[in-house]
Design a protein around this ligand. Structure first.
Ligand SMILES: [Zn+2]
Length: 256
């Protein structure tokens, strides 16, 4: 499914440099090395915090680095340890409440049935239009881990664009589902025929009605961040006989 998702880069602090110093004192005949070790670099921890509900905090800042250790000094003084960095993440992404889980299960059952839609009219074309103008922020098949667990593979294409950016039908089809879902937010699903479907999630507005016939390029809604979306983007999936396939196989040209 389509989880709240964000990519961040974390880096532990570097260890401090050791010092290379020598002592020479009247009562120590030969002197000797007395440089201290560099301090320990800080670690980065992801901390689950019940007070957090979304990963939105990480939308604008993606790089995090713990402090570096301090430099060692003479007289065997060790460098100061770098401070650790604790990043708070919400628990709901991994463990849903009983209520949310029940809703999610209901919606999943509905979607699984929906994706098995097979109508006998063949698609007018296999070429699809890019459904929204924007930056492709996450591709098909990307593995998504959370707290070291492989949660899922990304089953669509994400296009990041401002709220309100038009979303168009990738090709001619019929509206077989409109709704507001826990993960997908406001969503439209089109049936193109012979088991070929396209799905548009996290919409801000829906501009079609159930059972409408649309031509390719017709506006069906606008980009939003509804459901569990980290920021405004279109999640676009293409299904063939209930199996998600890479949408970019069908998109021949980007919108200009
Ligand atoms: Zn997505």
């Amino acid at each position: 499914m389509f989880l709240d998702e964000v990519s961040i880069t974390v880096r532990a602090g570097d260890g401090g440099d050791g010092a290379a110093t020598f002592r020479r004192e009247a009562h120590v005949p030969r002197g000797g090395p007395d440089g201290g070790d560099g301090g320990r670099g800080g670690s980065v921890y992801l901390v689950v915090d019940a007070g957090e509900t979304m990963l939105r905090d990480y939308r604008h800042k993606h790089h995090f680095r713990a402090d570096s250790g301090g430099r060692g000094e003479g007289s065997k003084r060790h460098g100061k340890a770098g401070r650790d960095l604790h990043l708070k993440v919400p628990p709901g992404q991994v463990d849903l409440s009983a209520e949310d889980l029940a809703r999610y299960e209901r919606e999943r059952t509905h979607l699984q049935a929906l994706l098995r839609t097979f109508s006998d009219t063949p698609p007018t074309t296999l070429v699809m239009l890019e459904p929204a103008r924007g930056r492709r922020s996450s591709g098909f098949g990307l593995q998504r881990f959370f707290n070291d667990q492989l949660r899922s593979r990304h089953n669509g294409l994400d296009i990041a664009a401002p709220v309100g950016t038009p979303v168009v039908a990738a090709s001619a089809g019929r509206v077989i589902d409109i709704g507001e879902y826990f993960f997908n937010g406001r969503m439209v699903v089109l049936d193109h025929g012979l088991g070929l479907l396209s799905l548009y999630a996290h919409l801000n507005s829906i501009d079609v009605a159930f059972a409408d016939a649309v031509h390719g390029g017709r506006q069906i809604g606008t980009v939003g961040a509804t459901g569990r979306a980290t920021g405004p983007h279109l999640h676009f999936s293409v299904y063939l006989n209930a199996v998600a396939v890479d949408p970019t196989l069908f998109i021949v040209e980007s919108q200009k």
